[in-house]
Write a protein that binds this ligand. Sequence first.
Ligand SMILES: C[S@@+](CC[C@H](N)C(=O)[O-])C[C@H]1O[C@@H](n2cnc3c(N)ncnc32)[C@H](O)[C@@H]1O
Length: 231
Amino acid sequence: MKRIKLIGYLFSPESNDVMSKVYALAYSNIYLNNLDKMIPSNFYSIYDRLGMIPDSVNHYDRFINKLEQVHNLGCNILEVGGGNLPRIAERIAKRQIDIGCGSITVMDPSLSVKKSKYKNLKLCKEKFTLETDIKDYDLLIGLFPCTVMELMLHKALIENKDLFFRMCDCVHYSDDLSEELYNYYLEHPDYYQKMLIESYVDYSNVFNRNMEVIDDDTPILSIKNKVRSKK
Ligand SMILES: C[S@@+](CC[C@H](N)C(=O)[O-])C[C@H]1O[C@@H](n2cnc3c(N)ncnc32)[C@H](O)[C@@H]1O
C-alpha cells in the first residue's frame, strides 16, 4: 500500500524533486521499517507528506511542540533550511490560522514546491545569507539547519531576533579547526556539539542575550527577547 502511494507521488506534479521521490521509493522498505533511525531529510518529508510517519514518532510534531512551549507562534516567523517540502512551515501556518494571527516564510534553495495552500505561508527558494533582510520577522527557526546554523545565530543576535533551532549531528569542516581536531570530532560528534554550544552561549553573552539549551536527541538552542516575549 505504501509503495503504491509512493509510486503515485512519483508522478504527482506537486514537487519537482524527482531524485528524492525516486530514492524515497527505492529505499522505502529500509527507512520506513527503521523510523527510530536518522532518515535523510528529503525522504522523511516525502514519507510525512504521504502520512507514513506515525504521530507518536514524528520529529516535526515533536519540534513544533517544543517550539510552542517556549515561543509564541502567533508572530512573523522565518524558517531557514526548511528542506524540499515545507512540512514544518505548513504545520505552523495551519496552527497560526487556528490561533488567528501570525505568518511564516520558509527559505531554502532546495524547495521543490511552488505553491502553498496557506495564505500566511510564503515560499522563498533562496539562500539565507548575512545580507538577508530579516527586519519583518520576529522569530527565526530551523530543524537541522546544518551549515546555515551559525549564520542564523549571528543574524538573530545582531538584529535582536528570537531564535529556535535544533542542531544536526554533522561535523562541519572549518578553517578554524586543525585537521587533527576535525578528524577527532568526526569520531566524537558529541564533543563537537558541546564545543559549538559553548561557543554559541559565549556569543549570546557578548550580545547580552540568554541562550537556553533544551535536551533532545540533538540539542535545541533557543534565544528569547525579554521585552517581546509573552510567555
Ligand atoms: C539537513 S536539511 C534539513 C531540512 C529540514 N529542515 C528537515 O529537517 O527536514 C538542511 C537544509 O538546509 C538547507 N540550507 C543549507 N544552506 C542554506 C542556506 N544558506 N539558506 C537556506 N537553506 C539552506 C539545505 O538546502 C537543506 O534543505
